[in-house]
Design a binder for this molecule. Sequence first.
Ligand SMILES: Cc1cc2nc3c(=O)[nH]c(=O)nc-3n(C[C@H](O)[C@H](O)[C@H](O)COP(=O)(O)OP(=O)(O)OC[C@H]3O[C@@H](n4cnc5c(N)ncnc54)[C@H](O)[C@@H]3O)c2cc1C
Length: 642
Amino acid sequence: MKLSDNEKKQRSLEVAEDARQTRWEKASFVADLFKGEFNWSMLHPFPLQSEEDKAEGDAFLDKLEHIIKMHIDPDKVDQTGIIPPSAIHALAEIGCFGIKIPKRYGGLGLSQTNYNRAIALVASWCSSTAVLLSAHQSIGVSEPLKHFGTPEQKEQYLPRLAHGAISAFALTEEGVGSDPANLATTAELSHDGKHYILSGRKMWCTNGPIADILIVMARTPSIVVNGKEKKQITAFIVERNLPGVEVLYRCDFMGLKGIQNGILRFDKVKVPVDQIIGKTGDGLRIALKTLNTGRLTLPAASAAAAKVLLSGCRSWIREREQWGSIIGKHQFIEEKMSKMASYTYACEAITWLTSSLADIGKQDIRLEAAMAKYFCTEICSEIADDALQVRGGRGYETVKSLKERGENPLPVERILRDIRINRIIEGTSEIMKLFIAREAMDTHLRFIFPIMNPRTPLKDKLHNVSKAILFYTHWYPTTWVPSTPKMNTKYLSAMNRKHLKRLPALSRKLARTLFHTMGRHQHKLEREQMLIGGLVDIGTWLFACSSVLAYTEALALRGNSPHCQELANHFCQLAFEKIDLCFNEFGKRPVHSMHVVTDSILHNHYDWLENGIISTTEQTETRYPNLAKINVMDEKSTHIKF
Ligand SMILES: Cc1cc2nc3c(=O)[nH]c(=O)nc-3n(C[C@H](O)[C@H](O)[C@H](O)COP(=O)(O)OP(=O)(O)OC[C@H]3O[C@@H](n4cnc5c(N)ncnc54)[C@H](O)[C@@H]3O)c2cc1C
């Protein structure tokens, strides 16, 4: 049966909605922010890492630093595409593949904060190695097993993983990127009920070509709920050496040259039934829940990359002289450098805040983690681009070329290539915004869904209407009242108090704007991505500001981060500028002309604009006339070995 575009979209939304974690068992600072409640006490005093936890991390980090410096040359990894096996072996020996696996299973049992410190350290040296470790334990087999595995599965796999058996996470397929609704990999129960027969292909699986154990998302037979087909996506633990598991191809990217990322084929692989994680149909929910903490690694890696860029540019702007002074004294460069330092500081504040919140476990951090991922990866890209500009031509030159000419080989070009993917993996920035918006609207949707649902009995509808009236008559006026919530400002500097004072009012304005926008666009709001994105951006900058203020107080009290107040001050000013801009532009973006132009692009109305060039189609046909014959995704082709 051929589905219309609308029906396809509806199906995708249903699958996403079904995978959602619907309950809010714990409080969330960001969820409250979107309701107009600025709960400062949830962030302040900032939960700095305890001395005890830090000491445990320090001992491991010392060993880790020694190993990476001794075994890994990041430029060689970039040039050859190989992380030396001796390095992987040495990393495994000190427990790098089981950093968060509990000690009773042979892991190091370190906290999320120490794990993120380790990834940050490695990322500052070699991004490919950081991705190897993070794909293994942020989204690989160990995390979902720790939370959703049976005792037998934990006993069987966690010790192996802790000792260096490499794992990978396989969700993406050729037709399945951000939207998992059309997963084509299937798993059917065998006649004797002992196995699932797994068939399909997975794309871009990081660590896939060298993994020992994979977590594979596949479709198990749909079930019928209320007369409607409900798709089932299930998570399987799959041993790489099972007959029928085959690596078709190792992919090569713009950056992260050392990662082993590939296309895998599963040809009627017999996976024992007890290799399901959780229950059938729980796969996506498990993946999303795992990502609530898994996503915290990318902010840590982004903060680390930002620091490397900052440190390289710091020495450069002091020594490079042009037009009669060092370039650090020219205002255009000052603008970039001050932003770079303040943004780096914000990435750091958000990273350590979310890591600590994950360790403490008292708050629901699904929104904070998504915002941390969205903010830090976007900001880090901006920092890298600015760093390249500050370095001028040298920013664009490779390390190899700089080194051979006898110049300081700062790896700005490599870092820019390496970090760009962070805005795409583990949820693209666009999908992060939609995810955050969906959760932010949850309070209102809980009232609206049952009222709008034609299947809700009239009695229940009326009950929900009266519940909604009761809620909104109380809540809505509070979004206008300029009340100052009770905030513990005892240890706050005067400057921070001034910034902090603005936040509750901005949070109330955000809540009002969200509510009005939902009322105006109702079920069509889902199409208004520019509006949704604007609201999420405001919320994200508010969260960043709050994190920075709380962090600054903690650092100031500790007393070993001189001048941190200057960074906080500059960051808050930049953030308020962004927030004001978002509010001012809200609903005023040229959405109509944007739609007209894109529609014309879709209808090929601007062919003429591409005159005078050799088109991409012509380039491909001229240069690769036999492309179809060598396509490794073609079942009939001989697969390419790497
Ligand atoms: C280096 C690398 C490593 C990876 N590692 C893994 C891995 O280990 N395991 C794994 O399973 N996958 C992995 N992936 C896949 C990665 O997760 C996907 O690339 C990502 O989910 C996006 O999917 P896509 O590339 O197909 O983009 P698409 O989903 O096709 O999206 C294309 C563009 O459209 C936008 N878009 C899509 N839907 C919407 C929407 N509803 N509204 C607005 N905009 C939209 C996206 O944001 C994006 O900008 C990896 C990819 C790379 C390149």
